[in-house]
Ligand binder design. Structure first.
Ligand code: ATR
Length: 279
């Protein structure tokens, strides 16, 4: 029997991960299975143990999504540096019974920017909106790509400042840029080449108080949410920015996880195109 993988989450019914990994497996000729597992809150460790114990083939790994990424972080016996920096795990590998935690979200964003959108973070003035789990996960990969600057902005200035300070001193990481953390009002008069929305505002339809001037000419505006046009996307488009949603990041983080597990990097363009057709 083939190796087994899954994604744990709640809700999980609409997860695109089983389809993405099935397409990767078909494309690369890998004999694996990948299923979506709904986990009740409070039952995450038991669900992982049950997945490993049950089934016909050996369990090799799992993706973890909302709301279990922090719990997966705590459960992992070992963690990669990028998972440590993110404070969350979205990819588990089962290594002779030990859980190894990784985080491919940030790499997924950077891969989407570079490979699919022609937007290399290097040398760009980057504005990251939000200071929750989604924002935290992408800071290290962005910094490692040497942007001209990285400004984190939230509605609560202290949260942004604290996060920026934390990423200003990462021992052992070759980072040349110190991020800055500010509140939304301090964005007045600032201009950026890449604006990334990592807030959850789009999910509730809330409008972010962004000055139109934050979008430089030829700015890329990246919305991490996918499957809907958010107020941030409308704002950015009206200001003349090139707008992208988070579907590419979803596919690229999956490709990075597939590579972690299988040692093979699948081609993502046909998979992204297939998902776009279903939208
Ligand atoms: P996630 O794991 O998706 O990042 P989270 O940890 O709840 O979710 O973080 C959500 C982020 O979106 C937070 O930075 C939050 O801002 P606060 O820290 O000020 O709460 C931000 N956010 C959510 N709704 C927002 C809104 N309407 N306007 C501005 N920021 C918002």
């Amino acid at each position: 029997m083939g190796d087994r993988y899954c994604v744990f989450g709640n809700p999980i019914g609409h997860s695109k991960s089983p389809r993405i990994h099935a397409l990767f497996a078909a494309q690369t000729g890998q004999d694996i299975s990948y299923e979506a597992i709904l986990v009740e809150k409070g039952s995450f460790p038991a669900a992982v143990a049950a997945f490993i114990a049950a089934g016909k083939g050996p369990a090799r790994g799992a993706n973890v999504t909302v709301p279990f990424k922090e719990e997966a972080f705590r459960l992992a016996a070992r963690r990669t540096p990028r998972a440590e920096a993110a404070g969350a795990v979205n990819t588990l590998s089962f290594d002779a019974g030990a859980l190894v935690g990784d985080n491919t979200d940030g790499a997924g964003l950077v891969r989407d920017l570079k490979n699919n959108l022609g937007c290399d973070p290097a040398g760009r003035r980057i504005l990251l909106l939000g200071a929750g789990g989604a924002a935290r996960g992408v800071i290290l990969p962005l910094l490692l790509d040497n942007p001209a600057e990285l400004v984190i902005a939230t509605r609560t200035e202290e949260t942004a400042a604290r996060l920026a300070l934390e990423f200003s001193r990462l021992p052992g990481c070759a980072i040349n840029v110190k991020p800055d953390g500010i509140g939304f009002p301090a964005l007045a008069g600032r201009v950026f080449d890449l604006v990334i929305n990592a807030t959850s505002a789009g999910l509730s339809g809330a409008v972010l108080p962004l000055p139109t001037g934050v979008f430089a000419p030829r700015c890329v505006a990246y919305e991490m949410v996918y499957g809907r046009a958010t107020p941030f996307m409308h704002q950015a488009q009206a200001a003349g920015a090139r707008v992208a949603d988070g579907l590419g990041m979803l596919v690229e983080q999956a490709a990075e996880a597939f590579h972690v597990w299988r040692g093979i990097g699948p081609r993502t363009a046909p998979v992204l195109a297939a998902l776009r057709e279903l939208e």
